[in-house]
Design a protein. Structure first.
Length: 497
């Protein structure tokens, strides 16, 4: 059984377990997010949450091995208590269900530093590992530092910092030693973790053969990516808080991700042992070196073959309510903005434009308005407009898309996005397509907003005067792009958001 299958590591582990011949069950708060995964038909998916005893007990029933790949980071000031409570609940339920092994991926901790002196992020990850090691169920606890792979938070932070800043004023932690590891090797160790000897109960540090500073990592990234040499100027007075704002300014990571990453980079995280090789022998070419891991990750990005991203997991605190079913909905006010256009293009051409929206393609109208909304969201601690897309052409349910998330997708007919920006209410953007017998299309675009309190009503009133430009322009330019695509001419210019 795998928890965290909608996240970065879990979403890649499931197909590896299937390939190894295991039968897999996934526990997910939102099973629909797994619907479009290529491996979804081969697994059992159950709805539940690691903080809910009944759903955990149901999910663990009949399981031999349980993978724990979730954490409450960014869910609020009490995330350590949430992690602690969930880990105890999971361990107790695993023992009750007769599970023979728990496998957990945590973080490396610096030698000689008391656990209470660590950053909250590292402290919580270490505590969860200790909870599993102390439980009646034998545990394999893997501890990793920076994970390098296409779409990982650590890789994207490194990538954006290095590519966007030829000259960097950096915090002092760029001189801290780190032992990164390729996601390919993390998955190899995780799969093998299920087969450890019976009653075997311990933690392992896992890493690549390379130990380096973060400065080394940026310089080597620039070399592997074919960039000019980067000038790096460490500044000791940059605190973790300031560092996280600096990271948030340059990279797509929101503060809830950037701050714990910055805080954790203050500590030297290097494997104190390599005992894992006694049980999982090194294969030819494994573990990958840092440069090889970078080359593989960059190739996946360039070829649009990113299987999962750090943003696959829902943003803590983001709305998850489904779109109200109007007109029967009786939950209060519901504001809508509806635009419809006839399009002289087949539905297939129109769908290509709709499914390709966002990211580098932009939002087909008033770029400054979209960008301003993104900047304001970042200032409010939200995700902003820079998460981009996992794939430039294809979407699937659960994908993050700038400051939206794909809530529903019916290929060729419907794309519904749910807002994850900071708003005084819940918001959706829906794009639908119909085709008549003459192969002409009708495009229907609907923005929906459910206000929260007086501020929500005031918000809708303040932005509605701009809807003709933003949403009207979007419908017009989407139609133009589809018509240009269908007649063979170059696709209409798309303003970047």
């Amino acid at each position: 059984m795998v928890t965290g299958a909608t996240g970065y590591v879990g979403g890649r582990l499931v197909p590896e377990l299937l390939e190894a011949g295991h039968r897999v069950r996934c526990l997910a708060r939102s099973p629909d997010k797994l619907r479009d995964q290529p491996w979804a038909p081969r697994v059992e998916v159950v709805r539940g949450d690691v903080t809910d005893p009944d759903s955990v007990a149901d999910a663990l029933r009949g399981m031999d091995v349980a993978y724990y790949l979730v954490h409450a980071l960014g869910s609020g000031a009490d995330f350590e208590e949430t992690d602690r409570r969930a880990a105890h609940l999971f361990a107790d339920a695993a023992a009750e269900a007769g599970v023979r092994r728990i496998v957990y991926l945590g973080g490396l901790t610096p030698p000689g530093v008391p656990v209470q002196d660590l950053s909250p992020h590292l402290r919580s990850r270490a505590e969860v590992g200790e909870i599993f090691l102390a439980s009646p169920v034998p545990a394999t606890v893997l501890r990793a530092a920076v994970v390098i792979g296409s779409g990982s938070a650590s890789f994207e932070m490194l990538r954006y910092l290095t590519e966007r800043l030829p000259v960097m004023v950096t915090p002092s932690w760029v001189a801290t030693r780190i032992q990164p590891i390729a996601i390919r090797d993390v998955l190899r160790y995780l799969v093998a973790g299920a087969g450890m000897p019976q009653e075997f109960n311990r933690a392992f540090g896992i890493g690549s053969p390379d130990v380096m500073t973060y400065r080394d990592m940026m310089e080597r990234y620039a070399k592997v990516a074919g960039l000019r040499h980067r000038l790096i100027l460490p500044v000791p007075m940059l605190s973790p808080g300031l560092s996280s704002h600096w990271i948030g300014l340059v990279t797509p990571e929101p503060p809830s991700v950037a701050r714990p990453l910055a805080e954790s980079l203050r500590y030297e995280v290097v494997c104190g042992e390599r005992d894992i090789v006694q049980y999982v022998p090194d294969e030819p070419g494994a573990p990958l070196g840092f440069d090889e891991a970078l080359e593989l990750a960059l190739r996946r990005v360039r070829e649009a073959q990113v299987a999962t991203r750090w943003s696959n997991a829902s943003v803590p605190g983001a709305p998850s309510d489904p779109l109200p079913s109007d007109p029967d909905w009786a939950g209060g006010s519901l504001y809508t903005d509806v635009r419809e256009r006839d399009v002289e293009a087949p539905a297939a051409a129109l769908w290509r434009v709709v499914e390709g929206i966002g990211g580098e393609h932009g939002w087909y109208s008033f770029p400054l308005a979209w960008a301003t909304h993104g900047w304001l969201d970042r200032l409010a601690g939200g995700v902003g407009l820079r998460r981009g897309r996992r794939d430039a052409r294809r979407l699937r349910v659960g994908d993050s898309l700038d400051f939206w998330r794909v809530e529903e997708l019916v290929p060729g007919r419907l794309l519904r996005l749910r807002a994850e920006m900071r708003l005084p209410g819940l918001a959706w953007l829906e794009m639908g397509i119909e085709e008549d017998r003459h192969r002409r299309s009708r495009y229907r675009q609907r923005a929906v907003f459910h206000p929260r309190g007086l501020l929500g009503h005031a918000y809708w009133g303040s932005v509605s005067p701009f809807h003709a430009v933003v949403f009207g322009g979007m419908a017009r330019d989407v139609a133009k792009a589809a018509e240009a695509d269908s007649d063979g001419s170059p696709q209409a210019s798309v303003p970047e958001a």
